[in-house]
Ligand binder design. Structure first.
Ligand code: CP
Ligand code: NVA
Length: 317
């Protein structure tokens, strides 16, 4: 029984196996109707419960389709319409849900709630985003970069904007897959230092580094992958000061010229068009945002299988 709480839950070998599994399964069902179950029905009869304490389009639909394509089914729970919303503890909810379902995914604010759920559940728990990290998103981003021909070790990723949950998971991935991240963000909006320190410790014997740059051009310089996200994440205050501070870090055609000519642009979505990225970039020919959104489905199928110990060569079996 394994929880997927961050990319480090799977480790480098586990993540490599997850990405390989995702690519294989994606290729094996190319062109099929989306609701058709994979030939081997690996999660036949399994049920995934999903708890949403924040809004979601992609995570909700891609996990629902992921478990269906693996032969299982899902139950979607909004905290507002369950007893969680009336104060039943996460621990008790974990104990009860573990009696009904085979795995639980949660999207919540405080990462302590995710940890509490994992401590008390007797079935796998998956992080569907917290204020601290978004590992399922970065599994999809890694998959998309690989499909675009990026060799992860030694590549350079540029992050422009807020030092948020999505960036934390990218920085974690950098340490695991030995790539550089140039983080272009204004003072006061840096990522948590612990993520940067840990990644750089893992990169110590490589030429790759995670660096914080105040100059967006330095962050974007020679990047293979350029990534941004909303300037104001769910649950954060939206202030004019923050928007003003973020404005120089917008991904636009001028900034994109500093990346490699074949650089891939990623955004986890939803986008605030005209803020963190212009339409020209979001809809341009370097953008892989729709493939990236699709890859949430393929990556999460492999994550679900990893949780059930059904992926081979993942460093443990
Ligand atoms: N990228 C992402 O997690 O999207 P949703 O908020 O729509 O799930
Ligand atoms: N950083 C964003 C990601 C949304 C998928 C947020 O937390 O709102």
């Amino acid at each position: 029984m394994r929880h997927f709480l961050d990319l480090s839950s799977a480790g480098s070998e586990g993540m490599a196996a997850i990405l390989a599994e995702a690519l294989d399964r994606k290729q094996a069902r190319a062109g099929w109707p989306k609701g058709k179950v994979d030939a081997d029905r690996p999660l036949d009869g399994r049920v995934l419960a999903m708890i949403f304490e924040k809004s979601s389009t992609r995570t909700r639909v891609s996990f629902d389709m992921a478990i269906r394509q693996l032969g299982g089914s899902s139950i979607i729970l909004d905290s507002g319409t369950t007893q969680l919303g009336r104060g039943e503890t996460i621990a008790d909810t974990a104990r009860v849900l573990s009696r009904y379902v085979d795995a639980i995914m949660i999207r919540t604010d405080d990462p302590a709630k995710l940890d509490e759920l994992a401590r008390h559940a007797t079935v796998p728990v998956i992080n569907g985003l917290t204020d601290r990290s978004h590992p399922c998103q970065i599994a999809a981003d890694l998959l998309t970069a690989i499909e675009k021909g990026v060799q992860l070790p030694g590549s350079k990723w540029a992050w422009l904007g807020d030092g948020n949950n999505v960036l934390h998971s990218i920085v974690e991935a950098a340490g695991m897959f030995q790539f550089s991240v140039g983080i272009g963000c204004p003072e006061g909006y840096d990522p948590e230092d612990s993520f940067v320190r840990e990644a750089n410790a893992r990169l110590a014997r490589s030429n790759a580094r995670v660096t914080i740059e105040r100059d967006p051009v330095r962050a974007a310089a020679d990047a293979d992958v350029v990534v941004t996200d909303t300037w104001v994440s769910m649950g954060q205050p939206n202030s004019a000061d923050k928007i003003a501070a973020m404005t120089p870090y917008q991904v636009n055609a001028a900034l994109m010229t500093h990346a490699k000519p074949a650089a891939t642009f990623l955004h986890c979505l939803p986008a605030h068009r005209g803020e963190e990225a212009t339409d020209e970039i979001l809809d341009g020919n370097q953008s892989a945002i729709w493939e990236e959104a699709e890859n949430r489905l393929h990556a999460q199928k492999a994550i679900l299988l990893w949780c059930f110990g059904l992926i081979h060569n993942d460093g443990t079996n």
